[in-house]
Design a protein around this ligand. Structure first.
Ligand SMILES: *Cc1c(COP(=O)(O)O)cnc(C)c1O
Length: 379
């Protein structure tokens, strides 16, 4: 079935006898049993709830997985996946991860005895030198946040399988509409569903998607034990969001391309980082492994004063954390998502006072350009 059809008709399972077109919200914590040793298939919503189950089936199909788990946030998904590992286990993570994942690894995960090495995941030699006998996983995010570096997922999968590692890919920026890491050899796909999958800047959620039945069983056990599950109403909001995922991704990408090209022509903008520009260093890898380039970009102003001025002057584009929604948002990574990273390390990654990150929405591109023109050039 085509991706766009799955977006609209997420699962074949029907829960309703009335013919309701919209999936019912089963706002129930518990489910009565018809008799001893008999079950409707549901017992308690921490383990499973029909509305969440429908959403999970849709996400699993879209990612090409056998199972998907829906969490109350993206971080809850990352944290649960970390529970697969034991004290002493070592994980190689790509250099340029979401700040919240770095904070998780450095605090609760480290306190539990997990060890992390950050490596240039674009470079096989760097990955190989990070390996230890205790290495159990490779955790990558591509394109990365906020520098928009692209990792070759198939090459990472080859490295992981050659060394018996689980490959975990945070696919938040691309969504399965543009990129399906399980098909390229990843073992676990993670999402902050708060971003494009929700797409309306109104609901937090997260996903973990797997192909392997054994991994699904281990994650399901941890999930019902720890309880980071998505609520029925929020599950329903996501089911509704998915119906327009393909349309939103196309519209947002088209706007992002137009804005990236316009920013390139601006004298006060020194650099534009967008994988869809042919001059992007990993443009060819992007074209090979994904069917699009997404709608996230970052750019460097000529001075920190120009960058701060842009944030102060935008009117339509909102100065707010998060990304992926229909509303365009601009962020200052240095002060927001990456504020917890030591300054020297942050600057070495290019995340300095000049860098801004833009999540492009579905507004008219002309209005977005007019807003940026005003913010950058005072016109
Ligand atoms: C936002 C984000 C997360 C965390 O997700 P939440 O839903 O905010 O908990 C993880 N990874 C990436 C790439 C993100 O952008």
């Amino acid at each position: 079935m085509d991706f766009r059809t799955i977006c609209v008709h997420g699962s074949d399972k029907r829960y309703d006898v009335t013919g309701a077109v919209s999936v019912p919200i089963f706002q129930s914590a518990t489910f009565a049993h018809p008799g001893v040793n008999r079950s409707t298939g549901y017992d308690y919503s921490r383990t499973q709830n029909p509305t969440r189950e429908y959403l999970e089936a849709a996400i699993a199909r879209l990612e090409g997985g056998s199972d998907a788990l829906a969490f109350s946030s993206g971080m809850a998904a990352v944290a649960l996946v970390m529970e697969l590992f034991s004290p002493g286990d070592h994980i190689i993570a790509s250099d340029d991860l979401y700040g919240g994942s770095i904070r998780l690894f450095a605090n609760p995960s480290a306190a539990r005895g997990l060890k992390f090495t950050y490596s240039d995941a674009y470079d096989a030699a760097s990955l190989a030198s990070a390996l230890t006998p205790a290495t159990k996983a490779l955790f990558i995010e591509t394109p990365s946040n906020p520098m928009m570096h692209v990792v070759d997922i198939a090459a990472a999968a080859e490295f992981a399988s050659a060394h018996g590692l689980l490959l975990v890919v945070d696919n938040t920026f691309m969504t399965p509409y543009f990129q399906r890491p399980l098909e390229l050899g990843a073992d676990i796909v993670i999402h902050s569903g708060t971003k494009y999958l929700c797409g309306h800047n109104d609901t937090l959620c997260g996903f973990a998607v797997v192909k392997d039945a054994g991994l699904s069983e281990r994650l399901r056990f941890l999930f019902k034990t720890i309880g980071p599950c998505l609520a029925p109403f929020d599950s329903w909001l996501l089911i509704r969001s998915l119906k327009t995922l393909a349309l939103r991704m196309e519209a947002q990408q088209s706007n992002a391309r137009e804005l990236a090209e316009w920013l390139l022509t601006q004298p006060k903008i020194k650099a534009v980082h967008y994988p869809g520009l042919p001059e992007h260093p990993q443009y060819d890898i992007s074209r090979r492994q994904a069917s699009g380039f997404g709608a996230m970009l970052s750019f460097s102003a000529d001075t920190p004063e120009t960058a701060v001025g842009i944030l102060e002057r935008v009117r339509l584009i909102l100065y707010a954390e998060s990304l992926g929604g229909v509303e365009s948002l601009i962020t200052y990574p240095m002060l927001q998502t990456h504020a917890d990273i030591p300054e020297a390390e942050r600057e070495a990654k290019g995340i300095d006072g000049c860098l801004l990150r833009l999540s492009v929405g579905i507004e008219s591109p002309d209005d977005l350009i007019a807003d940026l023109d005003h913010a950058i050039n005072g016109r």
